[in-house]
Design a binder for this molecule. Structure first.
Ligand code: 6PG
Length: 252
């Protein structure tokens, strides 16, 4: 596992650097294979990153070769205020020249999270390949204060899934059904990119990056511990409980 973290002074700086890394990774993937496949993240933190991509990188020669997916989605209509698709479309997809056919939202109108997950796995396999575990060039992730990432929640049975790439889950905090990629798909990805900001995440950041193994009690740590390459972009507030001796290469 290759974990590299970058601590920037502010949330805006962390988003800016994460956006630059996104573009650099896309350029490398496109140079290698002619395209870049990305699983976008949801929640609120990525808003600043998507704004930087749309505001500073819309001209970059990457968007026509992107294939965009989601690492998780809430089981709500794409027009719902909680929709990860709606947020990404408003802040990014509607502002960059990505091909509409290259945008693959999770279908949330199939009746259940499990049916949505099964359909989405088919979509991923159809676009990324059916052999073994398809490989995303980049999977973007956030971090919940409870240690969840994507919609892999602490102690959820989804964390034990080793065959399916996408499953239906229920958010324990809200009981809203969700669809999430599973650990095999995240571990197969070429690179994971965490963007985590704010002092409210400082304790869980320390637990994930510098604490003892907690197994399924700390999903983000499980995801990191088997990944091929992990980049973390944080602001000082989120990194404030990390001690200097636990710094990793690439520390800004
Ligand atoms: C989601 C995300 C989720 C998010 C964390 C952090 O759909 O909510 O996949 O994993 O990244 O909950 O959320 P914030 O960025 O809003 O703090």
């Amino acid at each position: 596992m290759n974990v590299e973290w970058h601590v920037l002074e502010t949330e805006a700086a962390a988003a800016f650097e994460a956006a630059s890394a996104f573009v650099d990774l896309a350029l490398l993937a496109i140079a290698s294979t002619g395209r870049c496949t990305v699983a976008l993240s949801g929640g609120t933190t990525p808003v600043s990153l998507y704004d930087v991509l749309a505001g500073h990188h819309a001209h970059r020669p990457i968007w026509g070769a992107m294939q965009l997916f989601w690492g998780d989605e809430r089981l709500v209509p794409p027009t719902h205020e909680d929709s990860n698709y709606r947020m990404a479309n408003a802040r990014l997809l509607s502002r960059v020249p990505v091909e509409p056919t290259a945008i693959h939202p999770v279908p949330t109108n199939l009746g259940s999270a499990d049916e949505s997950a099964t359909a989405y796995e088919r979509t991923i396999r159809k676009n990324l390949g059916t052999a073994g575990s398809p490989v995303f060039d980049l999977a973007m992730l956030g971090l919940g204060a409870d240690g969840h990432t994507a919609s892999l929640f602490p102690s959820d049975s989804a964390l034990q899934e080793r065959q399916r790439l996408v499953v239906g889950v229920r958010n324990p905090a809200s009981a809203i059904e969700r669809v999430t990629v599973t650990i095999p798909l995240l571990h197969a990805a070429s690179c994971l990119l965490f963007l985590v900001t704010g002092g409210a995440k400082a304790a869980v950041v320390k637990a994930v990056l510098a604490g003892p193994d907690q197994g399924s009690r700390l999903p983000a740590q499980l995801v990191c511990h088997g990944a091929r390459r992990v980049l973390w972009f944080m602001d000082r507030a989120a990194a404030r409980e990390l001690s200097t001796e636990s710094a990793r290469p690439g520390q800004d």
